[in-house]
Design a protein around this ligand. Structure first.
Ligand code: MG
Length: 260
C-alpha cells in the first residue's frame, strides 16, 4: 500500500462520509491533513453537491477548524462551467438549481437566462419548484442540449437521505424521453477539471472517497489511484456489484496516515 502511494503528490478528498458526516468532523481528518502536509503532498477537496457554492463549503470547513484557500475547494459546478464555456461558448443557459448554484455559475462566466435558452443545466435543486421543473422539461423536450450537474441519486443527511440531482434528473428523463449528460464524479470531464485545477498529472493524484459509483469510478480506467474509505456509504461487500474498482480499501482516512 505504501508503494502504491509513493508516487502520489496530491490527494483529492471527497467530503461527506470521507472527512465528515453531516456536521460532525471525523476525529482523524485533521491528523490526516497534517500528515499529508508533512509528507509534502497537496490536498484538495471535491464534492459533487451542486446545491451549494465554493464560499459555502470554504465557510463550512472553516467552521470545523480547517482553513483552505478558495482554489482548493472544487465542486461539480466548476466542471459544468469549464465544459459549457468550451462546448457552448456564449450560450444562453437555463439553470434548474439553487440561487447559490446560479450565482456561482454566473461568476464563472455562464450567461444565465430565464427564457429562450440555448442549453439547460439541472442541478441538485433543494429549492425545487413545480413551475420551474415543468419549464425545464419544456426546454429539454424541445431538443436543447441538456446536462445534469451530478449523477448522485441521494444525498446523505443527518436523518438519512434526501433526493439528489440524479433523482431529479430521472423525473425529467421520464417526462421528456431523453437522457441527460452528467458532470461531477465519475465523469471523465471531472478528471480533466481536477488535473487542470490542481496542476498535477493523473498519475500523481489519488482520489479518496466513500462511494464506489462516483468517487472510485472516477479513477476507473485512468492514471489516477483510488482509495475507498469505509467510513461512509459503500461497504466492502459492495465492491464488484457496481462501477468503481478501488486500488486501495481502508477503514478510514486515519488508516492512511502511517502509509504517508
Ligand atoms: Mg461521500
Amino acid at each position: 500500500m505504501r508503494k502504491m502511494l509513493a508516487g502520489i503528490r496530491c490527494f483529492v478528498l471527497d467530503m461527506d462520509g470521507t472527512i465528515y458526516l453531516g456536521e460532525r468532523l471525523f476525529p482523524w481528518t485533521k491528523p490526516f491533513l497534517a500528515a499529508s502536509r508533512r509528507s509534502g503532498r497537496a490536498v484538495r477537496f471535491f464534492t459533487n453537491n451542486s446545491s451549494k457554492n465554493t464560499d459555502a463549503y470554504v465557510r463550512k470547513l472553516a467552521g470545523m477548524g480547517i482553513d483552505i484557500p478558495r482554489g482548493h475547494m472544487l465542486i461539480s459546478n466548476g466542471v459544468a462551467a469549464m465544459y459549457m464555456k468550451a462546448r457552448h461558448p456564449g450560450a444562453r443557459v437555463f439553470v434548474l438549481g439553487t440561487p447559490l448554484l446560479r450565482e456561482e455559475l454566473a461568476e464563472m462566466g455562464i450567461n444565465i437566462v430565464e427564457d429562450a435558452p440555448d442549453a439547460v443545466l439541472v442541478g441538485f435543486d433543494t429549492t425545487l419548484e413545480y413551475g420551474r421543473l415543468a419549464k425545464t422539461c419544456d426546454f429539454i423536450r424541445a431538443g436543447l442540449p441538456a446536462y445534469g450537474l451530478n449523477p448522485d441519486l441521494n444525498c446523505p443527511v443527518e436523518s438519512g437521505f434526501i433526493p439528489d440531482c440524479g433523482s431529479i434528473a430521472k423525473l425529467i428523463e421520464a417526462s421528456c424521453g431523453r437522457t441527460l449528460t452528467f458532470f461531477g464524479k465519475p465523469s471523465p470531464l471531472t478528471r480533466a477539471y481536477i488535473v487542470r485545477e490542481t496542476g498535477f498529472a493523473e498519475e500523481e493524484i489519488a482520489v479518496v472517497g466513500d462511494r464506489l459509483y462516483t468517487d472510485i469510478a472516477l479513477a476507473d480506467g485512468s492514471g489516477m489511484t483510488s482509495v475507498l474509505v469505509l467510513s461512509g456509504e459503500s461497504k466492502e461487500a459492495d465492491i464488484g456489484t457496481m462501477p468503481g474498482t478501488p486500488d486501495l480499501v481502508v477503514r478510514d482516512l486515519g488508516a492512511l496516515i502511517p502509509l504517508l
